[in-house]
Write a protein that binds this ligand. Structure first.
Ligand SMILES: Nc1nc2c(ncn2[C@@H]2O[C@H](COP(=O)(O)OP(=O)(O)OP(=O)(O)O)[C@@H](O)[C@H]2O)c(=O)[nH]1
Ligand SMILES: [Mg+2]
Length: 297
């Protein structure tokens, strides 16, 4: 008899910057989710599908959990995360940063009682005392009652295959949720905005990356010449616009060049990317703008 098909939703959860997106990409062996060294990079729940003949693991990368959201955007991130963790997940992979975690402040994990949890201590490639790892493991085990604990490095791939095997073994019996061969439920337009945002996180500092929203206005496939992708970057103030553009436009030029190269690598075809900068005052606090820019409100 054929083995029954297994499928389920696996939420990758945890505080900002612990390596959730890095782990999703490592599990998929494909760079789907953007990554940066600054916290609050991911702003949406992002589905990444890993499948085989008889299984379909639907990973949900989530925005990092913040204790006290301070504006509409942060509230939106929290809604996205908690929905994935509480409502969608058959299994939660709860990630903790081996270096940054404070074992005395676990905070609200939003895991629904009854949902199985795998506790993952990430960044174990870094130099961390065994006593610290043990303390993290202890306090998070009290809070989450995990089925198993893993010590991994998502960045170096250490322990990722073992974790993947454990996740797959725990998928419930189910028909596939998505067509076989599908990698995500979002389209090229969405990933184009993310790729530009990733470059913004990489090239600019302080508040700038957090104050930028990207909206793709045009995504046109052309016969015989590069696709046209025209996007607007919204910032919150005039000063930020000046910083993004830079002296004589050189910083915007560099941003456009780099984003275009990354987008071309992602799409596997040539692109003509144009970026415009507009000011939408305090958009992160404005429900209408948040909605217009594609954030959950
Ligand atoms: N040393 C080390 N760094 C890592 C590891 N995993 C992720 N990082 C780094 O940690 C930073 C944050 O990684 P992300 O994957 O963006 O983290 P995230 O949890 O998705 O962050 P948010 O989307 O902001 O919540 C990046 O600079 C990664 O390169 C790891 O295993 N070891
Ligand atoms: Mg992320």
């Amino acid at each position: 008899m054929a083995t029954p098909h297994k499928a389920g939703f696996v939420a990758l959860a945890g505080r900002p910057n612990v390596g959730k997106s890095t782990l999703m990409n490592a599990l998929l062996k494909f760079k789907l989710s953007i990554v940066s060294h600054k916290p609050q990079t991911t702003r949406h729940k992002i589905l990444g599908i890993l499948e085989g003949e008889d299984f379909q693991a639907c990973f949900l990368d989530t925005p990092g959990l913040i204790d006290e959201p301070s504006d509409g955007l942060q509230k939106s991130l929290r809604v996205e995360s908690t929905r994935a963790i509480r409502d969608d997940a058959d299994l939660v992979v709860y990630m903790v940063d081996a270096v940054e975690a404070n074992p005395e402040k676990v905070g609200n994990t939003f895991v629904r009682p009854g949902t199985p949890v795998l506790l993952v201590i990430n960044k174990c490639d870094r130099d961390v005392a065994e006593t610290k790892l043990a303390a993290i493991e202890k306090s998070y085990s009290v809070a989450l009652n995990p089925e198993k604990v893993f010590r991994i490095s998502a960045l170096k791939g250490q322990g990722v295959e073992e974790l993947k095997a454990e996740i797959l073994s725990r998928l419930p019996e189910s028909e596939p949720f998505y067509d076989k061969g599908q990698l995500s439920d979002r389209w090229e337009r969405f990933f184009a905005t993310e790729i530009v945002r990733e470059q913004v996180f990489d090239l600019y500092h302080d508040e700038i990356p957090h104050a930028v929203a990207v909206v793709v206005e045009t995504f046109r496939e052309n016969q015989g010449r590069p696709d046209d992708v025209f996007a607007t970057l919204y910032v919150e103030r005039d000063g930020q616009k000046g910083i993004i553009i830079g002296k004589g436009g050189k910083d915007l030029h560099r941003l456009t060049e780099r984003s275009q190269a990354m987008l071309e690598a992602f799409l596997g075809r040539e692109v003509n990317l144009e970026l415009w900068i507009k000011v939408r005052k305090d958009w992160r606090k404005d429900p209408r703008s948040l909605k217009e820019f594609g954030y959950t409100t």
